[in-house]
Design a protein around this ligand. Structure first.
Ligand code: NAP
Length: 473
């Protein structure tokens, strides 16, 4: 039951432990070591010592290690998914989908490892460049500190571990306190590969102690963080000159144009709003629907939402289970209550039933309500009726966040307009803002973060470009 830390290729005893409970059954799952600052420093030292060996691996060796990790996930698909469901209450069908994406993410990382190149510089384009030959190479940055959230405990970890290995870096991973078992399972798989000792280290424990030790260490050259804006901003303020990539939250918006075939999009909207209990950074939080089709959409959206199966996350047909913590469900409830007290209309849900916060649809929600302007991170969506596309674009842009936005339209000019005017990191045309495949550039503007993930882009951020100039004269 007592788990261990992992550093320099060895399992290491913890000194203090925290109990880990299932959000669904409330049973005790394990006792998780809470690494001390000294243990984190030790893990960083091992990662630092492994830098040269890691950097000297060939592209093929790095790719083979990543392929091996992907293969091990394939062989252990069910087990890896069950761990996510147990510790994170993610319904098993979504957990299995996460493992399938994790496999792809490591495979993309393996492929990118093989095409990591610099560029040729046309030196003789300058007056002083005659006889010079110049090119850049991408060198590993060194030790990377990775801090990850609970909501995709394998795939979002893969978005850090995959590119770090592909680029020839070493890594110290701190998984979220509620989902450390997925990090520990990944560690068991990595231990079976040829990754050099010390190149991957796992330190579990609280954000404040473990996270701080990583963020403030001079030996850590980059922090790659996915999580909430509040923690991300705190990290940036403490990180000094080290590189920081921040993948933060959002209140993603979707516009539905008057020419949309509502029957074709309702099921997608339900998945986008409620999968993983809405605890997805690009979960649909705000829907702006043109008045001509609003009534039809709302009626069908409510009906489809009511069909969702609520219950045990380990059952194959469950769509909705408990949120990550009981107090998060109470927060969700209080935000809905507040919006309703201020005039919003509750169309379905809005309360905790048998320990699970029910999928919730609100209408006529003022822009200043928390459920609208803050990141709700719960199975709650607001439907707002608009009379023009401009109104929808303005409403989506009226946000501190800007990760992705979606628009359903058959009008090409409207699509171009939305693509140009929406202030977000990614515009998804004719699909929900929740759409993501793992090789695409992914990252937000405003308080949704800085830097891009998607293997090629993350690898670029995890390398230093070095210029080499030859004088042939
Ligand atoms: P969180 O509370 O910010 O935690 C994320 C990670 O940061 C956890 O490992 C946490 O550790 C750690 N942490 C907490 N305090 C810290 C500190 N002072 N210094 C360093 N690290 C610290 O986020 P979460 O609740 O796990 O995840 C939900 C958030 O992640 C949402 O805002 C969501 O939008 C965002 N997210 C963004 C993306 C994206 O790609 N943009 C993807 C997924 C999720 P503990 O668990 O020990 O507190």
């Amino acid at each position: 039951m007592q788990k261990q830390l992992y550093m320099n290729g060895e399992w290491v005893e913890g000194q203090q432990f925290a109990d880990l409970y299932s959000p669904h059954t409330k049973e005790l799952l394990a006792q998780i070591p809470q690494a001390t600052a000294e243990q984190v420093t030790q893990a960083i030292d091992y990662a630092e010592a492994a830098r040269v060996e890691m950097a000297n691996l060939t592209a093929l060796q790095r790719a083979e290690i990543l392929e091996h990790i992907a293969q091990l996930f394939k062989e252990n698909r069910q087990r890896a998914a069950e761990i996510i469901s147990l510790e994170g209450a993610k319904p098993i069908k979504f957990a299995l989908a996460e493992i399938d994406r994790t496999i792809e993410t490591y495979k993309f990382a393996a492929e990118e490892a093989k095409r990591l190149t610099g560029e040729m510089i046309p030196m003789d384009a300058a007056k002083g460049g005659a006889g010079r030959f110049g090119y850049t190479i991408q060198e590993p940055i060194g030790v990377i500190g990775a801090i990850t959230p609970f909501n995709f405990p394998q795939n979002l970890v893969a978005h850090k571990v995959g590119p770090a290995i592909a680029a020839g870096n070493t890594i110290v991973l701190k998984p979220a306190s509620q989902t450390p078992l997925s990090g520990l399972f990944l560690t068991e798989l990595i231990a079976q590969t040829n990754l050099p000792k010390g190149a991957f280290n796992l330190v579990t424990g609280g954000g404040r102690v473990v996270g701080d030790a990583l963020v403030t260490s001079d030996k850590v050259k980059m922090i790659t963080f996915t999580g909430s804006p509040a923690v991300g901003i705190g990290i940036r303020n403490k990180a000094g000159l080290k590189r920081v990539a921040l993948e933060l939250g959002s209140n993603a918006g979707l516009i539905i144009d008057r020419d949309t075939n509502i029957d074709e999009i309702v099921a997608k909207c339900v998945v986008g709003a409620f999968s993983n209990q809405g605890q997805v950074c690009i979960s649909i939080q705000r829907i702006y629907v043109l008045d001509e089709v609003a009534e039809q959409f709302i009626t069908k959206f409510i009906a489809a939402t009511k069909q969702l199966k609520v219950g045990n996350p380990l059952k194959a047909d469950t769509d909705i289970a408990a949120m990550i913590h009981a107090d998060e469900q109470l927060r969700a409830q209080s935000w809905v209550d507040e919006a309703v007290a201020n005039g919003a209309e509750l169309l379905t849900g809005g309360k905790i039933v048998e320990g699970i916060f029910a999928p919730t649809i609100l209408k006529k929600v003022a822009a200043i309500e928390k459920v609208n302007c803050q990141e709700v991170f719960a199975p709650i969506v607001s439907v707002n009726i608009i009379s023009s596309i401009e109104e929808g674009i303005a409403a989506i842009n009226d946000s501190n966040y800007g990760l992705q936005a979606g628009i359903f339209t058959k009008d090409i000019q409207t699509a171009f307009k939305a693509a140009k005017e929406l202030e977000v990191g990614g515009v998804i045309i004719n699909d929900i803002p929740t759409y993501r495949v793992d090789q695409m550039p992914y990252g937000g503007v405003k308080e949704s973060g800085t830097g891009k993930e998607g293997l090629k882009y993350a690898i670029h951020e995890m390398t230093e470009s070095k210029l080499i100039v030859w004088n042939q004269a």
